[in-house]
Design a protein around this ligand. Structure first.
Ligand code: TXA
Ligand code: MG
Length: 333
């Protein structure tokens, strides 16, 4: 694809500038690509009803066409444009969690091109809980197809600088609204199965979903559902530097000593320390705090030319599920 200058416009989430939003909406109307902050990670947005614009998303990301996109909507009429069906459970979940980091997989509406959903009959939708994302959708007046604004398979961006590092010259515009809040991608829940299936753990936890829905399936059924959610592919959200996960501080320290005695230049990510050095990062001991800075830490360590990144794995409890999921993918071969 041809090089284009990627313009960056700083924008204040507390008071999104009308001119900046108008400029971004014009890019969307012209079939271009705009990266914008959401409460989870930065999205790479295009008019979901413009198939050429959607094709540009796949090209800019190097995303395989078998991996469907999330469509971001604001308001009931826009929602109805993209889904064929709006079951009561969807309405209940949306009332509780939207705007917010929950993506629902539903039957796709006819006006949505097959490219958006990778040829499938279902569509992933959400209303993002971020003032800039909401204002942009409203200003553009069209649903925005927006995957995370990174090259396919790489770490998702939680800052405009991360977007630039991966996609400069491949997209038209970046709205820089500062770091994102949640730091990891939305929870993806498939409502077309009975019971519903968790396709990707995220900021909205299993307990919160099950309180409303009763028991849900935690793994897509393996047989025949290999592409149920390609984002569930083992290696995803990965830095270039190899990542090694170690459970338990004693094991971690032992491994670090071995690597040190070999003279390896490695990075360390440990739990529950506030002290941060360049190559040894202390992470918050709570899941939300950890998730908020995880990708930023990985982006930073990945830029240091280290032999590997040693990560102390958080506990195997439900509240850490989303963080452990992303760490496991980052470490997969
Ligand atoms: O937080 C997020 O969800 C961010 C922000 C920008 O909204 N977006 C995001 O998009 O993470 P992306 O494209 O990087 O991840 C979308 C995930 C992928 O795992 C994809 O396979 C899955 O959602 N997905 C999309 N459409 C689907 C569908 N129809 N059925 C099942 N999975 C779907
Ligand atoms: Mg992604």
């Amino acid at each position: 694809m041809s090089e284009m200058p990627s313009r960056v416009i700083p924008i204040d989430p507390a008071r999104p500038d009308a001119n900046a939003l108008r400029t971004a909406a014009e890019v969307v109307h012209a079939g271009g690509l705009v990266a914008f902050p959401t409460e989870t990670v930065y999205g790479l947005g295009a008019n979901a009803l413009d198939v050429d614009a959607v094709r540009r998303i796949f090209e800019a990301k190097g995303r395989p066409p078998v991996n469907p996109l999330i469509v971001h909507v604001h308001g009931e009429s826009m929602l109805r444009q993209v889904v064929a069906d709006w079951p009561p459970t969807a309405a209940t979940l949306a009332a509780r969690f939207w705007p917010g980091p929950l993506t629902l997989v539903l039957l796709k509406g006819e006006s949505v091109a097959d490219l958006v959903t990778a040829g499938g009959s279902t569509i992933a939708v959400r209303t993002p809980g971020h003032p800039i994302a909401l204002a942009l959708i409203r200003e553009a007046g069209v649903p925005l197809a927006a995957p995370s604004a990174n090259r396919s398979g790489e770490i998702s961006p939680t800052r405009a600088e991360h977007v630039l590092a991966g996609l400069a010259g491949r997209i038209d515009l970046i709205l820089d609204g500062g770091p994102t809040l949640n730091g990891i991608e939305s929870t993806v829940l498939d409502l077309t199965t009975e019971p519903p299936t968790l396709l990707r753990p995220g900021p909205v936890g299993i307990a919160e979903l099950e309180a409303i829905l009763g028991p849900i399936q935690k793994q897509p059924k393996a047989a025949g559902r290999a592409l149920a959610s390609p984002g569930m592919m083992p290696r995803h959200y990965a830095p270039r530097t190899p990542v090694e996960l170690i459970g338990g501080r004693a094991n971690f320290d032992e491994r670090a000593n071995v690597l040190r005695s070999r003279g390896e230049n490695f990075g360390e990510v440990v739990l529950g320390e506030t002290d941060c050095q360049e190559r040894r990062i202390g992470m918050p001991a709570n899941p939300a705090g950890y998730a908020a800075c995880l990708y930023d830490v990985l982006h930073r360590l990945d830029g240091l030319g280290l032999s590997r990144i040693l990560v102390e794995l958080p506990p195997a409890t439900d509240d850490w599920m989303a963080v452990r999921d992303r760490l496991t993918r980052a470490a997969a071969d």
